[in-house]
Design a protein around this ligand. Sequence first.
Ligand code: FAD
Ligand code: SF4
Ligand code: SF4
Length: 479
Amino acid sequence: MAEKMLKFVDVDQKMPDKRAADLRRQDFDEIYDEWIPERAAEQASRCSQCGVPFCLIHCPLGNNIPDWLRLTAEGRLEEAYELSNSTNNMPEICGRICPQDRLCEGNCVIEKDFKSVTIGSVEKYITDTAWAEGWVKPVVPIIEREQSVGIIGAGPGGLAAAEELRKAGFQVHIYDRHDRAGGLLMYGIPGFKLEKPIVQRRTELLADSGITFHMNFSVGDDATLSELREKHDALLIATGVYRARALKAPGIGLANIHPALDYLTASNRKSLGDNVPTFDDGTLNASGKNIVVIGGGDTAMDCVRTAVRQGAKSVKCLYRRDRENMPGSMREVKNAEEEGVDFVWLTAPEAFDGTDRVESLRITHMRLGAPDDTGRQSPEPIPDASEKIPCDMAILALGFEPEELPVMFKAPELSVTRWGTVKVNHSTLMTNLDGVFAAGDIVRGASLVVWAIRDGRDAAEAMTDYLLERTAPSVQAAE
Ligand code: FAD
Ligand code: SF4
Ligand code: SF4
């Protein structure tokens, strides 16, 4: 093994090649090229096979990273795929969009003096290869059970739970208000980070496993929560968080100020070939406009880079703290800068100006003051430091909160926290309603795909225990 590994001293870190920024600006395709097998094996061989692998500890799924890196370095890709797939329902998706710099790679021990192992790219390479080679197969349960499970929400949390519950032999039904499955993987995250066929082949695989999808089905309108409880032996709520955090400023009611997700959904639908009147009439289209995106997280990064691709005249991103203190991934900031986005650090919107639609934006310059309760320096306005910038369209990317689920589901009996997230018992993962579980962003608040997958897998395990306890002894004896 030793001669294949520990190559970090001699082999430099290499990411897959990025397409040139001026080419990237012209389409919504992913920006990284595919790896050739030799390059993947070489990069995997940089791992030092730590006895206590911090990469694994900091991966929310506890992926067995050192072992699949070794198998990749040895050219044993099918085994690497089996191992990677055993802890992750969507390794090729996490490999593409996890903020690795804050998770596995950011904690790789060779990161300090050498550059970390490119874990995410190897993970993507392994499972992309598995798809190409036909190793990815639908689940075939060892035993079919009569009990049925309803899952509300076809995002990564709901999909991961569905696959695990199907493995255990349950009859799985997914309900989603959208026409396509995937949740934010489909309509939030743009194609240049995650091409949509990658998501679609995953959901098709689940359908081929015998999971039933009920699309265009909005729980609350098409059935109440209690009607679904009667239909199924257990339910999982995995509805994500969608209410855009509001901004208070003079002029906020003017036209051409839009929530980020409306803007991104229109763009994703257009790329999928849908008829999108709000895009075609120019309302949600950045072409030829001066765009200002307000916010510093992943959603803001996706908006600015989408606006560039739509042919905006200029794209600015306003964030009230500085580069070092922004929540978005540094890798995404770099990509955005290469593509021509102008980051205006330490600024906040003061007022939107215009007659009926926004024409310009007054911004205040900020400085970082004393640390708050969390130890983070609070931004405060610098007196008399305002300026006006052109703005034909403003996009608000200030984060998301849960919708009022008890109202939406017509289920006042469902307990939620004061933030509106669903309350679960942290050992059973069950809500206050018997047999109703919850997972993903609707429990933890806006988070990450990898955490939604983790929560979906944990919920599936808890639901399996719950359902097996209720399986008739005669059925248990037959198993
Ligand atoms: P969701 O993905 O939100 O799925 C919830 C599903 O529930 C949706 O399909 C919705 O239609 C459905 N639903 C809601 N209400 C109902 C109802 N009443 N009836 C039926 N169906 C319903 N994370 C990363 O790790 N990396 C990234 O790069 C990244 N980029 C992001 C970019 C954007 C623009 C956004 C908004 C988020 C991003 N995230 C990213 C976060 C990530 O997408 C979420 O954390 C993750 O999708 C949460 O998964 P989920 O299954 O809990 O919910
Ligand atoms: Fe890293 Fe995410 Fe893959 Fe875990 S799932 S190994 S955090 S890229
Ligand atoms: Fe390999 Fe880095 Fe993980 Fe150590 S921390 S096992 S070097 S990937």
